[in-house]
Design a protein around this ligand. Structure first.
Ligand code: DX5
Ligand code: ZN
Length: 235
């Protein structure tokens, strides 16, 4: 399954070519349903769920039961970003919980990488593969034709609110070139970490079409800036 018209569907009659996936890591965890619904109302099509295990990254966050609860409450596509060791062990849980997109890291999938992709795709879920800022694109090159999405991390995974790394974002261009050379015209290229209107513009120029944003979207909610934050990423 590649990216479909449905994923890019118009919001309020306006066609958007980018996907916006606000990261709930910066949301109010006691009010996740309301927080996500606010982003939906402003046009965000996805909801980014950062899963951290305290091993691959120093932080511990959300597990599959939270994804399952959200599935019953929100319409946004659930975009599970697994920052965990041994992803093949947990991918089925995140599929069964209702994830629409499951992304794992090449740094932890090792010999199981192909199987991780197969399990996700056989379930009819979009498969994403991610690289940390210091991991070269060559590590995932052979898998790019097989996945629906490449997530290029633009901060070291583990925490929200970090500074965008432009050197990491440059890898988007390499991913984009590989997608073009392999005729993978539907590849979603997601960036995650330090994304705001200015850094997203840089990433768009390199070829990104899917934007994760934690602080930029959720920390703008009180000032009424959530709407303009989301719209600036959609455009
Ligand atoms: C970092 C996470 C990100 C994080 C982004 O490890 O993968 O999704 O929530 O937060 P901001 O947009 O604030 O950098
Ligand atoms: Zn993330």
């Amino acid at each position: 399954m590649g990216i479909s018209g449905e994923l890019f569907k118009s919001v309020g009659g306006i066609e958007y070519k980018n996907i916006v996936s606000p990261s709930v890591l910066s949301a109010d965890f006691a009010n996740l349903e309301d927080e996500i619904k606010k982003t939906e109302a402003f046009g965000a099509q996805w909801c980014h769920i950062d899963v951290m295990d305290g091993h691959f990254v120093p932080n511990i966050t959300i597990g599959a039961p939270v994804v399952k609860s959200l599935k019953e409450k929100v319409n946004a596509k659930l975009d599970s970003h697994l920052m965990i060791e041994n992803p093949i062990k947990y991918i089925p849980d995140f599929i069964n919980a209702g994830s629409d997109i499951v992304t794992f890291h090449i740094e932890t999938s090792g010999d199981t990488t192909l199987d991780c992709i197969r399990i996700i795709k056989n379930a009819g879920v979009l498969a994403g593969i991610s690289i940390k800022p210091k991991t070269p694109v060559s590590e995932i090159e052979k898998y790019i034709p097989l996945v629906d999405m490449v997530l290029v991390m633009t901060v070291e995974p583990g925490f929200s609110g970090q500074k965008f790394m432009e050197d990491a974002a440059k890898k988007v261009k390499t991913v984009c070139d590989i997608a073009q050379n392999t005729a993978h015209s539907k590849l979603i290229i997601q960036v995650d970490g330090g994304i705001n209107n200015e850094t997203a513009k840089i990433c768009k120029e390199y070829g990104a079409n899917c934007f994760v944003a934690g602080n930029y979207v959720y920390k703008n909610s009180e000032s009424g800036g959530m709407k303009s934050a989301i719209e600036s990423l959609l455009g």
